[in-house]
Design a protein around this ligand. Sequence first.
Ligand SMILES: NC(=O)c1ccc[n+]([C@@H]2O[C@H](COP(=O)([O-])OP(=O)(O)OC[C@H]3O[C@@H](n4cnc5c(N)ncnc54)[C@H](O)[C@@H]3O)[C@@H](O)[C@H]2O)c1
Length: 289
Amino acid sequence: MGMSNSLEQLAGGVAVITGAGSGIGEGLARVAAEAGMRVVVADIALERAEQVAQSICEGGGEAHPLRVDVSSAGSIDALAAAVHERFGDVTLLIDNAGVETLGYSWELSAEQWDRTLNINIHGAIHGVRAFAPRMIACGKPAWIANTASIGGLGMMPIQTSYILSKHALISYSECLFLEMQLAGAPIAVSAILPGPVATRIFSDGSTTTDSGSEAHRSMMNAMLEADGISGYEAARRILPQIAAGEFWVSTHPEITRQMATGRAQHLSTLSKPALPEEVLQSMGLSVDS
Ligand SMILES: NC(=O)c1ccc[n+]([C@@H]2O[C@H](COP(=O)([O-])OP(=O)(O)OC[C@H]3O[C@@H](n4cnc5c(N)ncnc54)[C@H](O)[C@@H]3O)[C@@H](O)[C@H]2O)c1
């Protein structure tokens, strides 16, 4: 199935998108609705989810806001039960909610570590645990996608908790893909690796009290504002790839390829961790050779 008409397969289905009150998730909700899906706009920020759903409905689509805290297994279980009861079989689940946390690893509080890992990693794990059994049982072809990052292929100090969570999501998605095959379930699994998208992720990110983590946050925020595509544009690139059953889903294929090649080289030569020159420069680190 080609990319251009792949979205047609989604029409009439039910989509659940977490973190859909902003950014990439909001874009995915809009594009899924345009593809004829009934969309559950799930977010911890219910007011934002309501605004997104209302705007989709005003444009002629179908969307329903629901509150979920993906860091809580119980909250996701309640979402899955409510969605099944109100809207029937889910055919597209996108575990998209994620947060940024900045600071040296040893300076993040235990609460900051728990929050980051619970939202970014456990949010996807419990999303699948809560939704997949009913998706499999109904026997319909369906799609599950987890929003990782191009950062899941690389290294970035000061964003350690975030970066390791994205590595984990790629690993999780790979194993989940194989599990669906083994189980003979008609569920496609994708790992989404967005490049720069202009969203609220860094402005909302939590930091440590040292000035370095605040400076890093400002630098990353400025980079997204300058270079990032919109959440809607990201979703227009992402959703057709998911629908077509691609495992690796990219918004910036060139950057994804560079990062993947860099990772492969790093591992095949068992090199020490290092950052590319341009990254060091953007972090304001002197590069004496
Ligand atoms: N923006 C980028 O450049 C970029 C790049 C790569 C990956 N990503 C990933 O894309 C995903 C979406 O990020 P975004 O950039 O659109 O950010 P965003 O901050 O604009 O949107 C994230 C949404 O998730 C919600 N959220 C946060 N904690 C939650 C929780 N506990 N339960 C439910 N919802 C919660 C927020 O309220 C927000 O509406 C994240 O997983 C992020 O890591 C973003």
